[in-house]
Design a protein around this ligand. Structure first.
Ligand code: HEM
Length: 156
């Protein structure tokens, strides 16, 4: 099945590669990426994980814009996210951003569901869509930082 979701296993080494610049071209460069990310966050806003994100519209817009810049740079576009990440490794910085939130697998699956819905609104080459998906599907495993056994472990 295309755009499949595989489960996260605690402690597992996650292997991923950044999306290809061909995806970035196909989605329409900076403007296309902005459109995709705004579409994605509009879907998030209506989803079960909306409460993870700022409820204030203006604050939410800031997240949309930072997210857009991250993906522009990640996919080979101009380095517009360096001002946020300080020029270090983008993926490592992104793990650090998510450490402030308690993210279980269920939230990751919902997040990916929103991303899949957004991607499927674009008529671009399926192989390029899959390439982008492979990154988000794998990398999102690294954002999961809450596992069921921890929640129920009285010594934790
Ligand atoms: C491929 C996986 C993911 C990527 C690349 C990603 C990327 C991002 C980016 C770029 C930002 C904005 C960072 C900034 O402030 O500069 C962000 C913020 C955030 N992400 Fe993710 N994310 C991913 C997965 C997830 C998942 C699975 C969740 C689960 C709920 C999540 C929840 C959040 C939250 C809560 C914020 C911060 C909102 C705020 O600032 O109040 N992310 N993410």
């Amino acid at each position: 099945m295309a755009l499949e979701i595989t489960p996260t296993h605690k402690g597992e080494k996650v292997i991923y590669k950044n999306p290809s610049p061909e995806f970035y071209q196909a989605i329409g460069g900076e403007e296309g990426m902005r459109d995709l990310m705004y579409t994605f966050y509009d879907i998030i806003y209506e989803s079960d994980i909306h409460n993870f994100f700022p409820q204030d519209r203006e604050e939410f817009n800031k997240v949309k814009e930072k997210n857009t810049k991250f993906f522009i740079q990640l996919c080979g576009g101009p380095k517009v996210y360096d001002e946020e990440s300080g020029g270090g490794d983008l993926n490592e910085y992104m793990i650090h951003v998510h450490d402030d939130f308690s993210i279980p697998e269920k939230a990751r699956i919902e997040w990916l569901g929103c991303m899949r819905e957004a991607l499927n609104r674009y008529d671009i080459d399926e192989a390029l869509k899959q390439d982008f998906w492979n990154y988000v599907e794998a990398f999102s495993k690294r954002t999961v930082n809450q596992f069921p056994e921890e929640k129920h472990n009285p010594y934790f």
